[in-house]
Design a protein around this ligand. Structure first.
Ligand code: FES
Length: 120
């Protein structure tokens, strides 16, 4: 499993919905979620490429005054970051680790807007 992670020397603490996890530094937040839950994240509908938006979180970094939205596949782990909101897909993937038991997988997000929707 270590091959999927970028090289790291230590684990750093992050908080997700009030729970603290130790995750590999120098990796994306989504990869950190995979470290926490290797049995579900690979089966989530994630593009890992900043396109699908299924990995959206709201997060506060130690230096931030307020939480802000970010993409977990893009943003690198920062020690002490606090994730306060998860996308439905991430909630489903992390529900057991967050002590929320099994929850049903959310329905797929609708596809990209049509030309008609864009023109209105
Ligand atoms: S995994 Fe698709 S946008 Fe992050």
């Amino acid at each position: 499993m270590s091959d999927i992670f970028r090289p790291y020397e230590r684990l750093v603490p992050i908080t997700v919905l009030g729970r603290t996890f130790e995750v590999p530094e120098k990796n994306s937040l989504l990869r950190a979620f995979q470290y926490v839950s290797p049995e579900t994240i690979p089966y989530g509908r994630f593009c890992w490429n900043q396109e699908c938006q299924y990995c959206k979180v709201v997060c506060k970094l130690p230096d931030d005054v307020a939480p802000r939205p970010m993409l977990a596949c893009k943003f690198l782990v920062v020690p002490g970051m606090e994730v306060s909101e998860l996308s439905p897909e991430l909630k489903w993937c992390l529900s057991r680790k967050l002590g929320q038991g099994e929850i049903p997988q959310p329905p797929p997000v609708e596809g990209p807007p049509t030309a008609e929707e864009l023109s209105t």
